[in-house]
Design a protein around this ligand. Structure first.
Ligand code: HEM
Length: 508
């Protein structure tokens, strides 16, 4: 006999009644607080978003957060409440330093705003990567890894970069001269950036350009990335975890474990190899342990290989794909770029890292591509520390989650004139765009946790774009006429095929 059976018949109903009354009191109290007493109520936004996270989660799951938050900012201005505890800013020129910046100047003595753990997966091998490490570990690990990303290291890595960019050009020439079929440039850019990063990390590529095939582990990586949104959902609605354990494909979890183990094994194999090739690992191992404050463990190396493999490839491929699409939609800008690239360099061999750093229009086109279609489209949220903080002149209470939302910020007329046009000259001192708030555009983020691979990303993108534009004429195929509108924010951008007709440039 269980305990319930021993109670008088009326007791269970009385208990249920008490529970129902307490629930009604609790939820009414929460509702009243949200509607009338919450200090965040002075931040504008839809009334429903003040009391419920569901409208935001709906867009998160549908992949439409960029459009939705852009619309909200259009309607409510530079600061918007997007959910009960989350605030988005487009006032980037002040919000970037206030939220993400170094605590210097007027912010001296303030603690760094911490990353909002709601957005991140628990560490795969029990050790946090740079992305989620606490401030002390972050400084120590970043100091050690940064040797692999210095200007000097980048100059030494040029031979390796050139090898893969040349392989991209040669394989594209082979394929397009053998057939009139159009090609999917998203795939080709991904193949190139993943091969480069794998070689820099492990001393061997994925072999995508060699086999003209997306490696199985890259497919697993993309599937895993898209699932990342669920960590946010689960952290606010924990019961979803039990539901998702019923519906999530078990092979996906097994795939993620297999992929993680493979990355760790590749890192160990590379570490065991006795070589001085100028890849990431040579620089990391050479400087690791020089000082106690610049020492990292084997597991920290492995988990950061996992991070760099994703952070350093998909993002760069996104900018190249988006910029290609934007160029093909704007014949004037495309022609100007061709004129610069084909005028500056008479032979293919002249296109070096140093040379592409002296191609102003190419540099401006890529900068505009980053503005128009930032690879990290939403914000990386931070939590306000004890006592609250002032951001862009607005007081934010303790524990509020804040971000600069990149896509909405870069498409706001508050910050950029003609935000929906492709205007490279806004980055070249054109007086018509003198009032643009260029400092609001920080596609690599800002402050102590900004992108570690920024220099490499610029080098790769400039080299690839220069050699592509020098070697080929592209034409957008009709099936990709609305490519950008079909991209979705599933953590990062989920991109459909970018179908392009490619013709080799014939020179006399
Ligand atoms: C167009 C290309 C790229 C863009 C737009 C980009 C953007 C970003 C952004 C916005 C962050 C900050 C994330 C956060 O706040 O948590 C970040 C961090 C990072 N990125 Fe990139 N990234 C790019 C390419 C690369 C490349 C090529 C590498 C390396 C090979 C790389 C490695 C990293 C690493 C290691 C971090 C973590 C830094 C830290 O937490 O200290 N990224 N990136």
């Amino acid at each position: 006999m269980d305990a319930l059976d021993q109670l008088p018949a009326t007791k269970p109903f009385a208990l249920m009644g008490t529970f129902a009354v307490l629930s009604v009191i609790y939820f009414t109290g929460k509702l009243l607080y949200a509607l009338y007493f919450d200090p965040l109520n002075k931040i504008p936004g839809p009334a429903i978003n003040r009391i419920s996270r569901i409208p935001y989660v709906k867009h998160l799951l549908a992949g439409t957060t960029a459009e939705n938050v852009t619309e909200l900012h259009k309607k409510y201005g530079e600061v918007v409440r997007i959910s009960p505890n989350e605030v988005s800013f487009t006032s980037g020129e002040t919000a970037w330093p206030d939220i993400y910046g170094f605590r210097t100047g007027s912010l001296k003595g303030h603690v760094n705003m911490q990353k909002d753990s709601a957005w991140y997966a628990p560490p795969v091998n029990g050790v946090p990567s740079l992305l989620i490490a606490n401030d002390a570990d972050h400084t120590r690990v970043r100091r050690t890894l940064s040797h692999a990303f210095s200007e000097k290291a980048l100059a030494e890595q040029e031979v390796l970069l050139q090898t893969y960019v040349d392989q991209l050009i040669n394989r594209l020439q082979e394929v397009t001269s053998a057939s009139d079929e159009p090609v999917d440039m998203v795939k080709w850019y991904n193949w190139t950036t993943f091969d480069i990063i794998a070689d820099l990390l492990f001393g061997e590529p994925f072999g995508c350009l060699q086999d003209l095939r997306t490696h199985r582990y890259i497919e697993l990586l993309f599937r895993g990335l898209q699932g990342f949104r669920m960590f946010y959902v689960i952290s606010y609605f924990p019961w979803v975890k039990y539901l998702s354990s019923l519906i999530v494909d078990k092979s996906m979890i097994a795939g993620r474990i297999e992929y993680t183990n493979w990355v760790a094994q590749q890192a160990r194999t590379r570490i065991a190899r006795d070589t001085q090739r100028p890849d990431f690992m040579t620089h990391i191992l050479k400087h690791n342990g020089e000082k106690p404050e610049a020492t990292i463990t084997q597991k920290e190396i492995e988990v950061n290989c996992l991070l760099i493999l994703t952070a350093g490839s998909e993002t760069t491929a996104t900018t190249l794909s988006a910029t290609t699409y934007l160029l093909l939609k704007d014949p004037q800008v495309y022609q100007k770029l061709k004129d610069e690239v084909r005028g500056l360099w008479k032979t293919y061999g002249e296109i070096t890292l140093e040379a592409v750093n002296n191609a102003p229009y190419l540099i401006a086109v890529l900068q505009e591509g980053l503005r128009y279609f930032p690879p990290v489209p939403t914000g990386f949220e931070r939590r306000v520390g004890k006592g609250g903080e002032v951001v862009s002149g607005y007081f934010m209470p303790e524990d509020t989650a804040l971000c600069v939302s990149q896509y909405p910020t870069y498409h706001s007329e508050r910050n950029f004139k003609d935000p929906e046009a492709l205007v490279p000259q806004r980055w070249m001192g054109d007086p018509k765009y003198a009032d643009d708030k260029r400092s609001a555009c920080q596609p690599f983020s800002f402050g102590p946790r900004n992108c570690l691979g920024k220099n490499l990303a610029y080098a790769e993108m400039r080299l690839i774009m220069a050699k592509i534009v020098w070697s080929f004429d592209f034409e957008l195929d009709a099936q990709s006429a609305n490519w950008m509108a079909e991209c979705k924010v599933l953590t990062l951008w989920a991109k459909p095929e970018l179908v392009v007709r490619v013709k080799e440039v014939v020179r006399a």
